[in-house]
Design a protein around this ligand. Structure first.
Ligand code: 5GP
Length: 119
């Protein structure tokens, strides 16, 4: 496992409440909160509360399948809580794709017309 897999991230501090966040949805396994630098009128981050070394989607192991299923199954609830009708779900996997926080997270973006392909 690389250093980034186990390193504490800013999202651990958000889960712990050490950094404030605007929560949108929460359950035992995951937390959704507004992105501090939104790229659209609505931009929410959905994260596992306990990353279990899952820094990136490419690192997914059999023990992460339940967690990944849970996250995907809650995207609809997150979007509804955020008032979204249509929306985009994004995982930036790797620095070259825009990943800056190495704690698996799902972007839920909407509130405006979203072009496809995204560029
Ligand atoms: P990535 O670029 O890794 O896919 O996404 C990380 C996201 O986290 C970025 O969109 C960035 O704006 C957001 N972010 C970074 N630090 C904070 C923070 O302290 N609070 C919140 N709410 N979002 C953050």
């Amino acid at each position: 496992a690389g250093l980034r897999d186990t390193e504490e991230t800013i999202f651990d501090k958000i889960v712990a409440g050490d950094i404030p966040s605007e929560k949108v949805y929460e359950d035992d396994l995951c937390l959704a909160f507004k992105d501090v630098a939104p790229c659209a009128p609505v931009h929410v981050l959905l994260i596992p509360k306990h990353r279990n070394d899952l820094s990136q989607l490419r690192k997914a192991q059999p023990e992460h399948v339940g967690l990944l299923g849970h996250l995907m199954s809650k995207v609809g609830a997150v979007a509804e809580a955020a008032g979204l009708d249509d929306y985009r779900v994004v995982v930036n996997d790797g620095a070259g794709a825009g990943q800056t926080v190495f704690h698996l997270h799902v972007h839920v973006i909407g509130g405006r017309e979203l072009a496809w392909p995204p560029g």
